[in-house]
Design a protein around this ligand. Structure first.
Ligand code: PMP
Length: 396
């Protein structure tokens, strides 16, 4: 059966982890992964999560199947974060939400559903994008191409090229957009540019698919939802995949959601019925624990406040690492301007380090980064930041 099976290429980022784990140097630092670590280099278990889990454990609830679209209270909580608590869209029944297996699972059921709607559409992702975007939409059967996004010269977004590209695509094309904290570059659109993207999607009849994996990691829950809110106000129909992997530090629990904004309540009923068929044939219904914990936190005013404080703590620590790294590199005598790292948002930065420099960082200093020069700022801490800055200065 398996004689002709070829060895698949290693996942570039998980492969990096394996190499890091095998490295015996005590000073080694892994800046490759997309995970938030605290100042002690540990993945935090948030106090709000701990409290909700303890309460759940005491209740010892039964483990029946969930509805195909997941827990109602969870889906409502997701909608409140994405569309705002008093959203007219949700009140009008124009939003359907299905709990999904992380942001990845949300993208997958969204892609499968879109393929059933319009098999011939092309999918466009940013250049560059999270590496799984292409694979997910290709595995759903789509042809995937890039739209211009990152400008290595300014270390920002080449917005003119992006907008011109959007305006050239065929109606019905699917446009995958990072709602905030662009992965891998850290370069986001301004609010005014988002408004132009909304208009471009309207003008060309494009299908916007917003990917919101980092809500709360740039400026806060509400400001980070600006793209979703602008699309909401536009009257257009669109998709949003969202994830609590990072914002709740619940990576392994696989808690995400797919939300779809339709034209009206009747359309919502029909769309949800079809999305449920997609889910049913993928994994039947989502697991209970992670979604129940998130719903418990978000529906308790005290726990929600505690979570927002903890989320702000993560956001502030990453920002402090951005500033700290720039200052420390400067203090090493490097004249090249790294201040763009402070302007970039979310967990990542495209540092401009070349593949060769990244290789030297690994070989000579035990510092692991993605060959594109992407580093995860959330892996820096007060103990390793000086060593990382000094090492970067040396490879420069
Ligand atoms: N989209 C983007 C842009 C991401 O960076 C990630 C996580 N790295 C995801 C989706 C997937 O999130 P999850 O881990 O919840 O599946």
């Amino acid at each position: 059966i398996f004689a002709a099976v070829e060895l698949a290429p290693r996942d570039p980022i998980l492969g990096l982890n394996e190499a890091f784990n095998a490295d015996t140097r005590e000073t080694k630092v892994n800046l490759g992964v997309g995970v938030y670590y605290d100042d002690n280099g540990k993945i935090p278990l948030l106090a709000a999560v701990k409290a909700a889990e303890q309460a759940r454990l005491q209740q010892q609830p039964p483990r029946g199947y969930q509805p195909i679209e997941g827990l109602g209270a969870y889906n409502t909580a997701v909608q409140n974060l994405l569309f705002g608590a008093g959203s007219e869209l949700t009140a009008a029944g124009r939003v359907i939400t299905a709990e999904a297996l992380g942001g990845t699972g949300a993208l997958k059921i969204g892609a499968d559903f879109l393929k059933r709607l319009n098999a011939e559409s092309k999918v466009y992702i940013s250049d560059p994008s999270w590496e799984n975007h292409r694979a997910l939409f290709e595995s759903a059967g789509f042809t995937v191409e890039n739209y211009p996004y990152y400008d290595a010269g300014t270390r920002g977004v080449n917005f003119a090229a992006m907008k011109a590209a959007l305006l050239s695509y065929a109606p019905g094309s699917v446009i995958v957009l990072h709602a905030c904290c662009h992965n891998p570059t850290g370069a986001d659109l301004s609010d005014a540019q988002w408004a132009e993207v909304v208009e471009a999607c309207r003008e060309r009849g494009l299908v916007p698919f917003l990917d919101m994996a980092y809500q709360g990691f740039a400026d806060g829950i509400e400001p980070d939802a600006v793209a979703v809110r602008l699309f909401s106000a536009s009257g257009l129909q669109f998709f949003v995949s969202s994830s609590f992997s990072k914002s709740f530090s619940l990576y392994g629990e696989r808690v995400g959601a797919l939300s779809i904004v339709t034209a009206n309540k009747d359309e919502s009923t029909r769309v949800l019925s079809q999305l449920k068929r997609v889910i049913r044939t993928n994994y039947s219904n989502p697991p209970i624990h992670g979604g129940a914990v998130v719903a418990a936190v978000l529906s308790s005013p005290e726990l929600r406040q505690q979570w927002e404080d903890e989320l702000a703590g993560m956001r502030d620590r990453i920002r402090a690492m951005r500033t700290g790294l720039v200052e420390a590199i400067k203090a090493e005598g490097v004249t090249q301007d790294f201040s763009f790292v402070i302007a970039q948002r979310g967990m990542f930065s495209y540092t401009g380090l070349t593949a060769a420099q990244v290789e030297t960082l690994k070989n000579d200093f035990g510092i692991y980064a993605v060959s594109t020069g992407r580093i995860c700022l959330a892996a820096l801490n007060s103990k390793n930041i000086g060593y990382v800055a000094a090492s970067i200065a040396k490879v420069l």
